[in-house]
Design a protein around this ligand. Sequence first.
Ligand SMILES: C[S@@+](CC[C@H](N)C(=O)[O-])C[C@H]1O[C@@H](n2cnc3c(N)ncnc32)[C@H](O)[C@@H]1O
Length: 259
Amino acid sequence: MKIARNIELPANAAGCGCEGLCWDPKTCSCARLNGSDFPYVHRDGGRLVEAKHVVFECGPNCGCSPECVNRTSQSGLKYRLEVFRTPKKGWAVRSWDFIPAGAPVCEYIGVLTRTEDLDSVSENNYIFDIDCLQTMRGLGGRASRQQDASVSMIQKVDKNDEQRSESVPEFCIDAASIGNVARFINHSCEPNLFIQCVLSAHQDIKLARVVLFAADNIPPLQELTYDYGYALDSVHGPDGKVKVMLCFCGAEGCRKRLF
Ligand SMILES: C[S@@+](CC[C@H](N)C(=O)[O-])C[C@H]1O[C@@H](n2cnc3c(N)ncnc32)[C@H](O)[C@@H]1O
């Protein structure tokens, strides 16, 4: 990830004191942040058990090795991904390999940018808003564990942000000039990937890493997609008028518009 000049990343978190591989959720301080359990199981090189508000992974100051299961999203691409051309959506991505449900597919990479610094005139289809608070609130209705550190994190950030407009995240990832394969993954109203916010080095959710995980078992050559999550009529052009983009995902339950 490239970091814009006017962004200073928070200091690295203290990390756990485990040695070798983290295995005991009672003694690993990173596991405790995840609700006293590891978010991943070892199967297939690491699979996320369920979507979470935020996943706290082990980071630079942890005592464990790079093979630790609690670093699952940090091990790079595991599947052979191909960028291919579609008739109506431009470029798209598929995997030559079977991807099991819960496996990390790729991180959304680009230039970490302040949203207010984006050029508001030229069209840019490769912006990913780091909107983990939204993802976290969305999951809030589902079973959330009391001791999960992300629950108190939402409350704290909600309080701090009371005055700020909720619809504009402070930071985004701009993959227009620099990026990886994630920039070519299209939207679907019935996607096979989901977005998971991950914290590994520091603990500021506004600057979380954005990682795409398999929502289902994905057979080879099926297009990879995630839900871009736009609310209808939420996107405006430079003239202030509502912008509309038609959706060609082809899903049975397609909402017909991305925004
Ligand atoms: C992040 S890019 C994805 C890669 C893009 N298809 C390309 O060729 O570079 C997002 C853009 O892809 C197109 N797109 C993605 N999903 C779509 C969909 N379901 N229906 C129509 N267009 C889509 C839209 O132009 C959107 O602004």
